[in-house]
Design a protein around this ligand. Structure first.
Ligand code: BGC
Length: 491
């Protein structure tokens, strides 16, 4: 292929390869739940040690997002993702090989770093390389691959789970090497983004890449737009720029969208769905696992749908439709659990149906929109640090929701409404699995609590979410510089 000929599909291929970072994100956050019972038995671990191992990934992600945003502004988007892919591969090998629990903690921390780094640098890379009219769709490929990664992790955990072999957890972790290598090899061949090159004064290289990915009639206009924006504001951007008053709105959008993405309780449904289905009355580990797989499939299917809507309907409409749907299904889920005893067998089916509806609405809105907005709203020279703050917020809020979920259930359970289940649990003193009766509280109040946060999200979004559909990144930057309100941004 001629190095300078335009190829309509090239940018899609580039975005899809980079989006493998999302596959790793989804896989590596999902894989741990199926591996826990095995490494707990293998290493004879207490529950608090297991908690340390799972928390390590989250802590790593926060650290990764916190300290590497600036690096992607200095060394480029491509090199940052390359770095993350190397960590992914090494981390997966290390996790599978770990000879003792402390080693496993460090391996998960290490993988977490890569998740934190890739979760802002991949969307950012795709946003900067995409033509405006399909930017939403291409960045959403990242979310699509997150959902596929989560599903693959459930399925591969299922495939490797072998009760006769306590070391079954090792192959579960080793699987992560495959997507890691795809990302690593892919990024060796992928180009740097034209926008970052331009910000470093490398106009010719930027033009060469644009000629391959932008329609020929658009190339010079795109270059001109970037150049004008860079020349108009020549002052050196320090990383503190991102906290200056003119960028307060951008910061508010990035942190806010991640706050609501996490505080509608998405991961309580994604990761605790086996438990939720158990409480609703589906008996046996198998039923619960297949319930979780069904959630994973719906998540993938509706994220695919979002790809077709995000650049047509626009971001704001999807946000309102999706968040309103999330609120209604959370209220309905709460009602199902509040009246569970009187619903009989219908109760468990209603619970699974409302979880599906909830996931579908999340998948067309807050899921893809979170990662899209953090990659779009910051100006070029602080885009790395800005979107890393968005990603950091995501992981931070994710952690808070995860640690408070069961406490919130307990807090909002009316006396006498707790649901009892019988589960095979690990007893850390005798190191055996025994059937135990568990009082789970009642999650109705927790679902209503997340519904209230969803309503607050709708109000917040009305004032703070811009419509960035079809708008160039340069025009978004200019809008903030002029002191424009988010709602006034137009194509
Ligand atoms: C969120 C994750 C979530 C996933 C589910 C992502 O956008 O950031 O926390 O697990 O969507 O699809």
């Amino acid at each position: 292929m001629n190095k300078e000929t335009y190829n309509k599909n090239l940018v899609v291929i580039i975005a899809a390869v980079a989006a493998t970072g999302g596959l790793l994100f989804g896989f590596d956050t999902g894989v741990i739940s199926g591996a826990i019972p095995f490494f707990q038995r293998d290493f004879l671990l207490s529950n608090s040690m297991v908690e340390n191992i799972t928390t390590a990934g989250l802590v790593g992600a926060v650290i990764g997002a916190m300290f590497t945003g600036r690096l992607s502004d200095i060394f480029g988007r491509r090199k940052t993702i390359l770095g993350a892919s190397i960590i992914f591969v090494l981390g997966a090998v290390w996790s599978g090989w770990a000879p003792n629990p402390h080693s496993l903690i460090i391996a998960r921390l290490f993988i977490g770093l890569a998740i934190g780094i890739s979760s802002f640098s991949v969307p950012l890379y795709i946003a900067e390389i995409s033509p405006n009219h399909i930017r939403g769709r291409l960045v959403s490929l990242f979310q699509l691959l997150i959902t596929i990664g989560i599903l693959v992790s459930y399925l591969s955990d299922e495939a490797f789970a072998n009760n006769a072999n306590p070391e079954s957890w090792r192959p579960m972790f080793y699987v992560g090497v495959i997507p890691g290598l795809i990302l690593l090899i892919g990024m060796i061949f992928l180009p740097e983004t034209p926008r970052w090159l331009m910000s470093k004064g490398r106009e010719e290289e930027s033009r060469r890449i644009l000629k391959r990915i932008e329609e020929p009639s658009e190339v010079e206009a795109s270059l001109k737009g970037m150049k004008e924006e860079i020349e108009k504001y020549k002052e050196r951007a320090r990383f503190t720029e991102v906290f200056k008053p003119w960028l307060r709105t951008a910061l508010m959008i990035a942190v806010g969208i991640m706050f609501f993405q996490q505080f509608v309780g998405i991961n309580t449904v994604i990761y605790y769905s086996p438990k939720i289905f158990l409480i609703a009355g589906f008996e046996g580990a198998r039923a619960a696992i297949w319930g979780a797989v069904s959630v994973g499939v719906i998540n993938v299917a509706f994220t695919v749908l979002s790809l077709f809507m995000i650049d047509k309907l626009g971001r704001r409409k999807l946000f309102f439709i999706g968040t309103a749907g999330i609120v209604v299904s959370l209220i309905a889920l709460g009602l199902v659990f509040a009246f569970l005893p009187s619903l009989g067998t219908m109760g468990k089916w209603l619970s699974i149906i409302f979880v599906w509806i909830y996931i579908a609405f999340f998948a067309i809105s807050l899921g893809p929109l979170g990662w899209l907005f953090i990659s779009e709203v910051f100006p070029l020279r602080v885009r790395g640090i800005g979107s890393s703050i968005g990603s950091l917020s995501n992981w931070f809020f994710n952690g808070i929701v995860a640690f408070t979920f069961f406490k919130i259930i307990k807090l909002f359970t009316m006396p006498g409404t707790g649901i009892i289940t019988h589960e095979k649990l690990y007893d850390a003193t005798t190191h055996t699995f025994t059937m135990q009766a568990v009082n789970n509280g009642n999650p109705a109040g927790a679902f209503w609590f997340y519904a209230i946060l969803g309503v607050l999200g709708l109000i917040w979004g009305y004032f703070y979410l811009p419509e960035t559909k079809g708008v160039s990144l340069e025009k978004i930057e200019e809008h903030w510089r002029q002191g424009g309100k988010p709602r006034d941004l137009k194509e």
